[in-house]
Ligand binder design. Structure first.
Ligand code: TYD
Length: 137
């Protein structure tokens, strides 16, 4: 899959003087049904997360608080996306190598995922990923 498919989706935002509200509905604002939610928090300065690709999993990555970068790589091209708004979500399609870094203090990274956790869905080795992606033999 190409990193061009991975885009920042602007989620609905109900602005209100009492505080704003954003929502995500399974299969509506995002192109998959949600089976799992997980989040990263208390990330120490300088830490890197990710460093893997998924065979079949689709995800939406949201900076619920603070900011961080997501580096996407399809084996041919890469791009760095800075997330810092809780009404934006980065859609990441299957077969994309991703790394998360540049976490601000207090950052919370929420991920909506299309499937339950399954270690067999991971490529944790970049060379294995590029072979599977057809980039090299
Ligand atoms: P991992 O996906 O490697 O984290 P990240 O990409 O954010 O750096 O997962 C880290 C550990 O947590 C690993 O042992 C698997 C476990 N884990 C679960 O048990 N369930 C989950 O939903 C996730 C995302 C991870």
């Amino acid at each position: 899959m190409s990193i061009d498919i991975c885009k920042v989706i602007e989620l609905p935002k109900i602005t209100d003087p009492r505080g704003n509200l954003t929502f995500v509905e399974s299969g509506r604002q995002i192109p998959f049904d949600i089976s799992r939610v997980y989040y990263l928090y208390d990330v120490p300065g300088g830490a890197e997360r990710g460093g893997h690709a998924h065979k079949a999993l689709s995800q939406l990555i949201v900076a619920m608080s603070g900011s961080f970068d997501v580096v996407l790589n399809d084996g041919y091209n890469s791009k760095r996306v800075h997330l810092n708004r809780s009404y934006n979500g980065l859609y990441v399609c299957p077969m994309i190598w991703r790394e998360l870094d540049n976490f601000s203090s207090g950052a919370v990274c929420m991920v909506l995922a299309s499937n339950f956790y399954d270690e067999d869905d991971y490529y944790r080795n970049y060379d294995d990923f590029t072979v599977a992606a057809g980039v090299r033999k």
